[in-house]
Write a protein that binds this ligand. Structure first.
Ligand code: ATP
Length: 325
């Protein structure tokens, strides 16, 4: 594929271990493993878009050179194929064309391993042992607690935390310069706030905005992602705190319709916004607790209108709690 038509997440995927931003400790340890030719089975876990797959691909490139794809088998553990099919694939791969150099070790990358059933994971632990001689498993997942202890104990674990904002910014600046983008300072701030340490999300938003708008400013970023703007959130919260019930209900409903927002988005924005407000402790605790409850109800299919009216009640009651103290 031409470089210009590639999604930026692929175009700007780090090539070498040195290109990976943040995670200095992990990169350093992996370098040691490679230099000493003592690569263990690896378990990478952490939120999406933080460089787990990129780290493994960069490691493979360093081990095997540009032909690295021949020496790794990438399996997506959430494919509904059953462990028997996977076991066959692993067996064929492990037996095919033994490698010399690198101690003859090949890599099997098992992505989204936390989506595997317990039974499949239990079967996998035997497979790992069986092929340890010439295969190293690289297991990737978001939630390590969904990986059975038997597999965890066979691997060296590394946690990938969300990337710090300055690190995301550093990488984004390279892309912005390379693609010659016209992005404003508030646009960049909005992008950094929205991506929350997820580099994939940052690059995808940036590319979508580039395709849709000439100048990438705050409005473009929020329009592209469908997230509520901070000014809308401020207006909504202020109204819930001080307006009378019906006025507030109508304002928020109109905002939802005009901007095509879901109550869920408004709740996430509210959570961030009230962090900066000066509330008495009882009010803050009560509102935060109720925001969490409302979010949970919505995620289990709660009716948006009912939840919105409930939320208005929460703010009114929260204000009263503060006034009593
Ligand atoms: N630490 C990083 N340094 C540089 N680029 C990064 C980093 N993390 C992520 N990226 C960028 O984000 C894209 C997605 O990263 P990657 O596929 O490695 O994430 P992941 O952690 O494996 O996510 P998932 O859990 O969703 O599989 C990469 O193509 C790369 O462009």
């Amino acid at each position: 594929m031409d470089d210009d038509t590639l999604p930026w997440v692929e175009k700007y995927r780090p090539h070498t271990l040195a290109d990976i931003v943040s995670h200095g400790d992990i990169t350093g340890t992996i370098q040691q493993f490679i230099q000493k030719n003592r690569l263990p089975h690896l378990l990478f876990y952490g939120p999406p878009g933080t460089g787990k797959t990129s780290m493994i691909l960069a490691m493979a490139r360093q081990l095997y050179g540009e032909q690295y794809k021949k020496h790794i088998l990438e399996l997506n553990a959430s494919d509904d194929r059953g462990i028997d099919v996977v076991r066959e694939q692993i067996k064929d791969f492990a037996d095919s064309g033994r490698l010399f150099g690198n101690n003859g070790v090949k890599l099997i990358v098992l992505d989204e391993a936390d989506m595997m059933t317990q039974a499949a994971q239990a079967a996998l632990r035997r497979v790992i042992e069986q092929y340890t001689r010439n295969v190293r498993f690289c297991i990737i997942c978001n939630y390590v607690n969904k990986i059975i202890p038997a597999i965890q104990s066979r691997c060296t674990r590394f946690r990938f935390s969300p990337l710090p904002m300055p690190e995301v910014e550093k990488r984004l600046v390279t892309v912005i310069e390379n693609e010659n983008l016209n992005i404003t300072a508030d646009g960049k701030d909005a992008l950094l706030n929205l991506c929350k340490g997820d580099m994939r999300r940052a690059l995808n938003i940036l590319q979508a905005c580039y395709a849709a708008y000439g100048v990438i400013d705050e409005t473009a970023i929020y329009n592209c992602t469908g997230n509520p703007r901070p000014s809308d959130i401020a207006a909504m919260v202020q109204s819930m705190l001080s307006d009378e019930f019906t006025t507030s209900y109508n304002l928020i409903t109109k905002m939802k319709v005009d901007r095509g927002l879901a109550l869920q988005d408004l709740i996430s924005g509210t959570y961030d916004y009230i962090e900066g407000l000066d509330f008495p402790p009882q009010t803050r605790v009560y509102i935060l607790d109720q925001l969490a409850t409302t979010e949970h109800r919505l995620s289990t299919g709660g009716n948006e209108k009912l939840q919105l009216t409930g939320l208005l009640g929460v703010f009114k009651h929260g204000v009263q709690l503060g006034a009593k103290s």
